[in-house]
Design a protein around this ligand. Structure first.
Ligand SMILES: NC(=O)c1ccc[n+]([C@@H]2O[C@H](COP(=O)([O-])OP(=O)(O)OC[C@H]3O[C@@H](n4cnc5c(N)ncnc54)[C@H](OP(=O)(O)O)[C@@H]3O)[C@@H](O)[C@H]2O)c1
Length: 426
C-alpha cells in the first residue's frame, strides 16, 4: 500500500483502538495529527504524532487525505466534517448521531466534492454490517432489517432476565462494568438504536429516516415480571430496531419486543448485537457479534481506512465507496399502520365476564386473540392477572382497543403491551 497521510478527530475509546491497530499493522498509513479536547490528559497508548486541541488544524492540513472522525456528537463534528469534505478529504466516521441527523446533506456534499464517507463503525461496532448491506447484498431488494443494535440495553435486559434484577440495579451494574455511560439516556430511551436504524434505512431503502419520525420506546418501563411470563409463553424480551417494508409503507420502529425462544435473535445475549436482514434474492441472513468496544469498533474504522487508502491511487474511485443514498428523507408509514402480534398483561378486578368484555372490545377493533390466561395476582387480593397473546393486528387498532379498555371499571392496571417479533417481508 502506498503512503497515505491521515488525521484523527478524537482519541478516546475508539481512537485508542485505532492508534493501536494502525501502529501495529499499517506502517504506510501515517497518522500526522490527532485532535482532542484536553491535551494534558494521560492516554492509554502513546500517540505516534502531534496531539492538538485545535481540530481545525487537522481538517485544514493540506497533506492529510483521510480524516478519521471518532470524537462523536453533533457539533463541532458537523462543522469539521463539512469543512473536511469541502477541502476534498475522505471521511471515515463512527458517528451515528451525526449521520442520522445530517446524512442527506453530508452525502450530497460528498458526492459533489467527489469524496467518500465510510461509516462501517457507526452501526453494530465490529460486525461488518454496512459493507454487507452496501456491497454484499447489492443485488437484492431489501424488505426488512431487524435486530438488537445496542449492547448496553441488551446487557441490561439479559441481567434483568437472568437474575431477576430491577431495571435500576441492572443499569447500575452496567455502569459499574463500563457498559453504560454516566448519562445512559441515549441507550435506554432508544435514541442510539433510532440513529442506527436511520443509517440502515438509508442503505436498505435508499433514504435516511428522520429520527424524530421513528416510533421509539426504550427499556425503562420493562417490568421484571414480564421476563418470566414471556418465557412461559416461549419468548424473550429484546430491544429491537426494525425497518420493514410492509407493502403499505416503510415502518421504522424501536421497541422492546418479544422474540420467540427458537429464533437466533433470542440467543444474542449480554453486550452483543445481532441483526436479521431479508433480501428478495438471498432470503434471510443473520449477523451476530460485538456491537461496541475499543477493538471491535477500531476494527471497523481501520478496515474502512485501509480499503479507502488502497483505492486512493485509482481514478474516480470515490463513487465505488459512496453508498447509493438519495437526497432527502425516507417517507415512513403512519405509526398506526405497523402490523404484528401482541403480548399484553393486565391486572383486573376478578369479576365474572371480564374476559368476555375484553374479547368483545378486541373484536370491535379487528384484533383476534390467540391465547388468553387468567391467574390470581396473590392469594389475598381480589384481582387477577390476565395475559393475552393476539394474532397479527394493526398498532392503531391496538391503541384504540387499549384506550377503550382503560376506561372500563374492571381494569386496575395495564401492566404491559409489547409487540411480538415475526419475520415479515412484503
Ligand atoms: N465506544 C464505542 O464502543 C463505540 C462504538 C461504536 C461507535 N462509537 C462512536 O465512536 C465515536 C467516539 O466514541 P468514543 O467512545 O471513542 O468516545 P470518547 O471515548 O468519549 O472519546 C471522544 C474523543 O473525542 C475528543 N473530543 C470530544 N470533543 C472534542 C472537541 N470539541 N474537540 C476536540 N476533541 C474532542 C475527546 O477528547 P478528550 O479525550 O480530550 O476528552 C476524546 O478523545 C462516537 O461517535 C461514538 O458514538 C463508539
Amino acid at each position: 500500500m502506498a503512503r497515505v497521510v491521515l488525521g484523527m478527530l478524537g482519541f478516546g475509546t475508539v481512537g485508542t483502538g485505532v492508534v493501536r491497530l494502525l501502529s501495529d499493522r499499517y506502517q504506510s498509513l501515517v497518522l500526522k495529527k490527532v485532535a482532542v479536547r484536553d491535551t494534558s490528559k494521560e492516554r492509554r497508548v502513546a500517540a505516534p504524532c502531534a496531539v492538538t486541541d485545535d481540530p481545525f488544524a487537522v481538517v485544514d492540513d493540506p497533506e492529510i487525505e483521510v480524516v478519521i472522525e471518532v470524537m462523536g456528537g453533533e457539533q463541532p463534528a458537523l462543522e469539521l466534517i463539512t469543512r473536511a469534505i469541502e477541502r476534498r478529504k475522505h471521511i471515515v466516521t463512527a458517528n451515528k448521531e451525526l449521520l442520522a441527523k445530517h446524512g442527506p446533506d453530508l452525502f450530497a456534499l460528498a458526492r459533489k466534492r467527489g469524496v467518500a464517507i465510510c461509516f462501517e463503525a457507526s452501526v453494530a461496532g465490529g460486525i461488518p454490517l454496512i459493507a454487507t448491506m452496501h456491497k454484499g447484498l447489492e443485488a437484492n431488494k431489501i424488505s426488512s432489517l431487524c435486530g438488537i443494535l445496542n449492547g448496553t440495553t441488551n446487557f441490561i435486559l439479559s441481567s434483568m432476565e437472568d437474575r431477576g434484577e430491577a431495571f435500576a440495579d441492572a443499569l447500575k451494574k452496567a455502569q459499574d462494568l463500563g457498559f453504560a455511560e454516566a448519562d445512559p439516556t441515549a441507550d435506554i430511551e432508544g435514541y442510539d438504536v433510532a440513529y442506527k436504524l436511520s443509517i440502515l434505512t438509508a442503505l436498505g431503502f435508499g433514504r435516511f429516516a428522520r429520527t424524530d419520525n421513528i416510533a421509539r420506546s426504550g427499556i425503562t418501563k420493562v417490568d421484571p415480571k414480564d421476563f418470566k411470563t414471556a418465557n412461559e409463553f416461549g419468548y424473550r424480551i429484546k430491544l429491537l430496531g426494525k425497518a420493514v417494508n410492509q407493502g403499505n409503507g416503510l415502518c421504522v420502529r424501536v421497541e422492546p419486543t418479544l422474540v420467540p425462544l427458537t429464533h437466533p435473535l433470542a440467543a444474542v445475549s449480554g453486550s452483543n448485537n445481532g441483526i436479521v436482514v431479508h433480501g428478495d434474492a438471498v432470503g434471510q441472513i443473520m449477523m451476530i457479534g460485538p456491537g461496541a468496544g475499543e477493538m471491535p469498533t477500531a476494527s471497523a474504522v481501520v478496515g474502512d481506512v485501509v480499503n479507502l487508502s488502497t483505492a486512493l491511487q485509482l481514478p474516480d474511485f470515490a463513487s465505488y465507496f459512496q453508498a447509493e443514498i438519495e437526497d432527502g428523507w425516507a417517507e415512513l408509514a403512519a405509526e398506526g399502520d405497523w402490523q404484528c402480534p401482541y403480548y399484553l398483561r393486565m391486572v383486573v378486578r376478578d369479576h365474572p365476564g371480564v374476559i368476555g368484555q375484553i374479547g368483545t372490545i378486541f373484536g370491535r377493533h379487528n384484533l383476534s386473540i390467540s391465547s388468553i390466561v387468567q391467574r390470581p395476582v396473590s392469594e389475598t387480593e381480589k384481582n387477577a392477572s390476565i395475559i393475552i397473546i393476539t394474532h397479527t393486528g394493526k398498532s392503531g387498532d391496538m391503541t384504540a382497543a387499549l384506550n377503550e379498555i382503560s376506561s372500563c371499571e374492571f381494569l386496575e392496571n395495564l401492566a404491559a403491551c409489547m409487540p411480538i417479533y415475526e419475520a415479515r417481508h412484503a
